[in-house]
Design a protein around this ligand. Structure first.
Ligand code: NAD
Length: 490
């Protein structure tokens, strides 16, 4: 571990855009656990991709809903047939343990039935009949061509969580996987195509941020479904400031609190905290970043959390025994987290468990815990890795204030406490996911998934993705014209 401690970048409003794309450099993805190259290819031609999607969209939208649903069920079957290969590709490409990659593939499959239910429940046709006024009908229409910009951390499940509902609703989809996970993106796209959904209706478009920017700004794209960091989300919003007609759904990061209060079950509490902070090596949007703990139970609680974190196995995806967590996505991410840990340390943080990088050439990091109670000015940023900050408080009001001491608002959990404490917590904590005695991570398919503040733009995904994939049309309808003017005639 070395280098100087620089403050983690706080300015989420910084615009990282360039304005023009001339990009012929290969997109190359490497296995984080070994450094070996896994995929290489040219970035797509944005104009050609959009043109193809525009031409394909009307026929797709005109298919009966039942046909689109049938094709998506076939897609689920194709994923099931290819589940092992897809899991291995995910595990290799982003470094997560094989068991975790398998769980991701199950989520991809499950998304289809959930999205069919969600479409029916949230965007079905409704009619109000009245003898004199005829019928008032509410139906939904697709937007047209939607671009899905995927993140690297759940490189199949998260883009899929936009793609499936968008296709059911009748949109053509351009799927740009993360430039760090094109192999996974390609394999997922092939499952759609083998199911009979054409490569123009669900198009794979490999590229990086430059292609992402061009898709966002393209006149032929009707909407952007984005999952990624707050900086990128803000940059997309900026780029579209003069285009209020374009749909923008932003799922961004968090600086998520987990509050530990009185409980006789400290061992279970520690397991919830460790899972929340370190599952996926902390590379989850819902990961707990800040443990806020009651002073009276601090010593016993932190001892339990540390003892459990000490036992976690960090390793490569296919290691035996299976690791709990894998590496960071790349060396740059591992360097950044190391810098951030040093920054916290040199600005008043007290290490409870140091961040260790056993091999400087590879991005493996051990889980780290640091008490930042004494820091005057804690950076409110998402440290996207296995660093848990601990803050000690004396009373429950202080705990809630500390939980809300962030510009983000994705997930928050209370562990322990009474039902009354949970009521207060639920009522006062600002987040899109608020849990009690559950991890902050692992949101349910049957629920909306999104946050407030810098975590999203009030277009939650998950079960509510149906809402942003189609727009409502209200129609007053009568079979014959029937009208008189009742007042104001000569
Ligand atoms: P990222 O923002 O770096 O990239 C996401 C996607 O956006 C990629 O496809 C990338 O190529 C593209 N992109 C980058 N810059 C762009 C630009 N200026 N214009 C258009 N597209 C651009 O995110 P990441 O590092 O891949 O993913 C990790 C982040 O995603 C974390 O912040 C995490 O919290 C967040 N995340 C959020 C959720 C959620 O549901 N809220 C879920 C998973 C991950």
């Amino acid at each position: 571990m070395g280098g100087t401690a620089t403050r983690p970048a706080q300015d989420a409003t910084r615009d990282q855009e360039t304005t023009e794309t001339v990009n012929n450099a290969d997109i190359v993805s490497h296995e984080p656990a070994t450094g070996a190259e896994i995929w290489r290819g040219k970035p797509c031609n944005v104009d050609e991709v959009v043109d193809r999607a525009r031409r394909a969209w009307p026929n797709w939208a005109a298919l009966p809903l039942a046909t689109r649903i049938e094709l998506l069920r076939r897609f689920a079957n194709e994923v099931r047939k290819d589940a092992d290969r897809l899991a291995v590709t995910i595990a290799r490409e982003v470094g997560k343990p094989l068991w975790e990659a398998r769980a991701e593939v199950e989520n991809v499959i499950a998304k289809v039935e959930v999205s069919i239910r969600a479409y029916a429940e949230r965007t079905s046709q409704r009619k109000l009949d009245s003898a004199l006024q005829g019928t008032m009908a509410v139906r939904h229409k697709p937007h047209g061509v939607l671009v899905v910009l995927g993140p690297y951390n759940l490189p199949a499940h998260l883009p899929n969580a936009h793609i499936v509902p968008a296709l059911i609703a009748g949109n053509a989809v351009i799927f740009k996987p993360s430039e760090k996970a094109p192999a996974t993106g390609e394999m997922l796209a092939r499952c759609f195509h083998r199911a009979g959904i054409s490569a123009s209706v669900m198009q794979l478009a490999v590229g990086g941020p430059l292609e992402g920017q061009d898709f966002v700004a393209h006149g032929g794209v009707d909407g952007v479904l984005f999952t990624g960091s707050a900086n990128t989300g803000i940059s997309i919003n900026r780029r579209l400031a003069a285009r209020p007609d374009k749909l923008v759904a932003l799922e961004m990061g968090g600086n998520n609190p987990i509050v530990l209060w009185d409980t006789p079950k400290l061992t279970d509490a520690a397991a919830l905290i460790v899972q929340s902070a370190f599952a996926g090596a902390g590379q989850r949007c819902t990961a707990a970043r800040r443990l806020i703990v009651k002073g009276a139970i601090y010593d016993a609680a932190i001892a339990e959390v540390k003892a459990l974190a000490d036992r976690l196995i960090v390793g490569a995806p296919f290691d035996e025994p299976a690791p709990f967590m894998g590496p960071m996505i790349d060396n740059m991410a591992a360097d950044g987290l190391t810098e951030s840990f040093l920054y916290l340390l040199s600005n008043g943080g007290k290490a409870i468990k140091h961040l260790v990088r056993p091999d400087d050439a590879l991005p493996f990091l051990s889980p780290a815990i640091i008490d930042t109670t004494a820091m005057k000015d804690r950076p409110d940023v998402e440290l996207f890795g296995p660093i848990l900050q601990v803050i000690r408080v004396d009373d429950f009001d202080e705990a809630i204030a500390e939980a809300n001491n962030t510009r983000f608002g994705l997930a928050a959990s209370l562990v322990g406490g009474s039902p009354q404490d949970y009521n207060r917590f639920w009522a006062n904590v600002r987040a899109g996911i608020v849990n009690w005695n559950r991890t902050t991570t692992g949101p349910s398919h049957a629920a909306p998934m999104g946050g407030i503040g810098l975590s999203g733009n009030h277009r939650p995904s998950g079960y509510y993705a149906a809402d942003y994939c189609a727009y409502p049309v209200a129609s007053g309808e009568m079979e014959q014209p029937r009208a008189v003017i009742g007042v104001g005639l000569k």
